[in-house]
Design a protein around this ligand. Structure first.
Ligand code: BGC
Length: 756
């Protein structure tokens, strides 16, 4: 048989059309079936028949929270050979895996990466992960997760970019471009690129009570302005695939949500790639009570616009029969198969289906990737409190004691969803302290006699004796990764049992106590408000976690992490986010009449907060014009000064409050971030450009509109600070298309608040 679709010189659409014309109905359906962990011998007949088009390498147990056997190029090549050489049409397989925040080299969890407020860093981490995973034969990752996370009891907040839709959109788009090798999917055919997957479409971050998989109820305005925003940005960035979520939204499971998947995502937003279900979610339609059986579920899901059935097997078993029985339009199967085949061609799989088995050793865990992981881990560290205890700079530290359950932890630093990271690769916090401060003879601290001792606080009497003897105590506490991530919700955001008591005991005997909190979620650290001399939040920092954390503790790297989520005082305050709506009874945060009778109304630490090793002051913002009309831009500038004695890396944030709309607008909306590096005493004028459309808001149909009226604009170190300047939005026609435009951001040089 001649195979005109293999001619790479022809346009992809023509090749896919010719291939579809040569395919049987069963072969087309095969492209829509995704199986887990196929094996060339065991699955030879299915591979020869083209019974599945994609596969996922995953154990399915513990929702990806344990390391599995993984995959290697040789194993993928054997499968690929069976598909390409053993089947009638020679269609290559597409191999997927959850490459979430690294592969062999593990970067901080996404929530930690978000604390960098740095899209360039996120892009680099995703690029490095793609380079490593593609060397093992993987060409599709189920990342980034774009669920704007409203409830930190939900374990999957760890996989998210936090609570803010603008930040989620900017960082999510950067991750897409990193995985895919560039904007618009133009570099997908590069052997080092992965197809990205924007997940979980949509609203999953609202799971009721923070209970994973639970129902979601959300109105259309909030859905369009908050939860769909990062998905629009991902589509604009050229994301290759989208995953529908597990939950029901207003009673309808997302796997069967025709209005949001087929009509909005594929229609209004023009998404042209395949939509994949979540794991077994087609089958779960029966459990949700909207499908009588799996055959019914298959028809519902495909009709809703879900092109690929991840592991249920319902598509493979039932779709052809449904078409033959006249119960399913064959054009739906054709369209879904076209989306899958187009992606395979764009990835260059028809030309280069095999992976060079020698590449993994050359590209995984390289010095360059380790250096990036170290930089990323340092960028994720948020200093919450510092009563003169930091930085820990040699030479006069004396005796440093490192303690707590994470002092010598390895695998635990990697965080949730690290299928390919290895404990033995991890630099522990204790090792990094020893290396940097202990030194031994000739080491940085050794020459002056700094000694470092370590224990893991298993025998508290012994720990307290050592702490009392030390000049500095570094206590490493926090959440085990199995307490966050999928299916791991909690009812209390406090430190796990016993840890606060450990810290209280240490505080009583320590001369200088530095608390390092490792976590997958925002915690309620009220009991640490006055405890110890410094508290830092390091999330789950990855392979180079020890180095990254110690780089910040010592001041070798300026503390630049900022909170991508508000930190509540207590669990009962959640959900709590900076961009809430005003009420008709505004609250004076310092006044006597709070809403809660038993606690404060504001967070312990607001969104965007994080201290540097010094003092930074912000001048008042000024505008290049006081009015803004359609098609116009306005520049907002403030002078930021390093008033301290150490260099700083400042994440300067732009917030707006649009005072008038057809619906009530949030009291604070993040609209831009810029990074400035300032030497002691130095100042910089930081300028943001705001466009007219940046101040728009979407209506219940998703259409962007601007309402004339006053806007307060702030340039501030976090959501809870900064003086506002008043801008007047003028009348005009609704700006731009309903899909909006991707926010353009260049970290370190500038940021432009854009609608996504
Ligand atoms: C998760 C997804 C993941 C998939 C495949 C599901 O349980 O919700 O995020 O990509 O499994 O492993």
């Amino acid at each position: 048989m001649t195979r005109p679709w293999t001619d790479a010189a022809r346009p992809v659409e023509d090749r896919v059309r010719d291939l579809l014309a040569a395919m049987t109905l069963e072969e087309k359906v095969g492209q829509l079936a995704q199986v887990a962990n196929p094996e060339p011998e065991r699955d030879a007949a299915a591979l020869a028949a083209g019974a599945f088009g994609t596969c996922i390498v995953a154990s399915g147990e513990h929702a990806g929270n344990v390391r599995d056997a993984g995959t290697q190029a040789a194993a993928v090549n054997a499968l690929q050979r069976a598909a390409v050489e053993g089947s009638r049409l020679g269609i290559p397989l597409l191999v997927a895996r959850d490459v979430i925040h690294g592969h062999r080299t593990v970067f901080p969890i996404p929530l930690g990466q978000a604390a960098s407020f740095d899209p360039e860093l996120v892009r680099e981490c995703a690029r490095a992960a793609a380079r490593e995973a593609s060397a093992d034969g993987v060409r599709w990752t189920f990342a980034p997760m774009l669920d704007v996370s409203m409830d930190p009891r939900w374990g999957r907040v760890a996989e998210s970019w936090g609570e803010d839709p603008w930040l989620s959109a900017v960082l999510g788009a950067a991750a897409v471009e990193g995985f895919q090798g560039g904007p618009g999917g133009s570099a997908l055919a590069d052997a080092e690129s992965l197809a990205a997957c924007a997940k979980h479409y949509v609203g999953y971050g609202l799971a009721q009570g923070g209970r994973d998989y639970a129902e979601v109820d959300v109105g259309p305005v909030t859905l369009h302005n908050r939860h769909l925003r990062p998905f629009r940005a991902a589509v604009d960035a050229g994301v290759a695939t989208v995953m529908s979520a597990f939950h029901t939204l207003d009673g309808l499971p997302m796997t069967a949500h025709r209005p949001l998947v087929r009509e909005h995502l594929k229609g209004d937003l023009g998404f042209a790639g395949p939509v994949v279900s979540d794991w077994d979610a087609v089958g779960e339609l029966v459990l949700h009570g909207v499908a009588a059986d799996r055959r019914d579920a298959a028809a519902l899901a495909l009709g809703a616009g879900v092109d690929i059935d991840m592991v249920t097997g319902a598509y493979g078993t039932h779709l052809a029969e449904l078409v033959r029985d006249g119960l399913l339009d064959p054009a739906l199967v054709e369209d879904a198969a076209r989306r899958v085949l187009t992606l395979k061609m764009r990835l260059g799989l028809f030309e280069a289906p095999y992976t060079d088995p020698g590449r993994a050793a050359a590209v995984q865990l390289t010095a360059g990737h380790r250096a990036l992981a170290r930089r990323a881990a340092a960028s994720a560290v948020v200093v919450l409190r510092n009563e003169g205890a930091l930085p820990l700079d040699a030479p006069d530290l004396g005796h440093v004691h490192v303690t707590g359950p994470f002092a010598s932890a390895r695998a635990e630093l990697l965080g949730t969803w690290t299928l390919d990271g290895r404990a033995e690769d991890v630099v522990t916090i204790a090792d990094a302290v020893r290396e940097r401060l202990g030194g031994g003879p000739g080491g940085p601290g050794g020459a002056t006699g700094t000694t470092v001792t370590v224990d893991d606080a298993r025998f508290l009497d012994e720990t307290l004796i050592q702490a009392r003897a030390a000049d500095v105590v570094v206590a490493c506490v926090g959440e085990h990764p199995m307490r966050s991530g999928e299916a791991n919700s909690v009812t209390s955001l406090e430190l796990p049992p016993g840890q606060t008591e450990l810290l209280e005991a240490l505080a009583r005997v320590s001369r200088r106590l530095v608390v390092v909190v490792l976590t997958g979620r925002p915690l309620a650290l009220e009991r640490l408000a006055h405890l110890g001399d410094a508290v830092v939040l390091a999330f789950h920092p990855g392979t180079e976690g020890g180095h990254g954390i110690v780089d910040v503790l010592t001041g070798d790297v300026p503390a630049s992490g900022r909170l991508p989520v508000s930190l509540p005082w207590t669990t009962g305050q959640v959900p709590l986010h900076h961009d809430h709506l005003p009420t008709g009874r505004p609250l004076d945060p310092d006044g006597p009449a709070g809403r809660y009778r038993d606690h404060r109304d504001t967070p312990q630490h607001p969104f965007g907060f994080g201290l540097g090793h010094g003092e930074v002051t912000y001048g008042p913002p000024s505008l290049s014009a006081t009015t803004l009309g359609p098609g116009q831009d306005v520049e907002v500038t403030a002078t930021v000064t390093n008033a301290g004695s150490l260099p700083v890396v400042e994440r300067v944030q732009l917030y707006v409050r649009v005072r008038l709309g057809r619906v009530s607008r949030p009291v604070s909306e993040l609209a831009g971030v810029r990074t400035v590096e300032l030497e002691p005493g130095a100042s910089a004028a930081v300028t943001f450009t705001l466009g007219y459309a940046d101040l728009g808001y979407r209506d219940a149909r998703g259409v962007l509109e601007c309402v004339p009226g006053p806007v307060d604009v702030r340039i501030a170190p976090h959501a809870g600070a900064g003086a506002a300047v008043r801008l007047e939005l003028l009348d005009g026609d609704a700006p731009g298309p309903s899909t909006g435009t991707r926010p353009a951001v260049s970290a370190g040089t500038g940021a432009r608040g854009g609608d996504a």
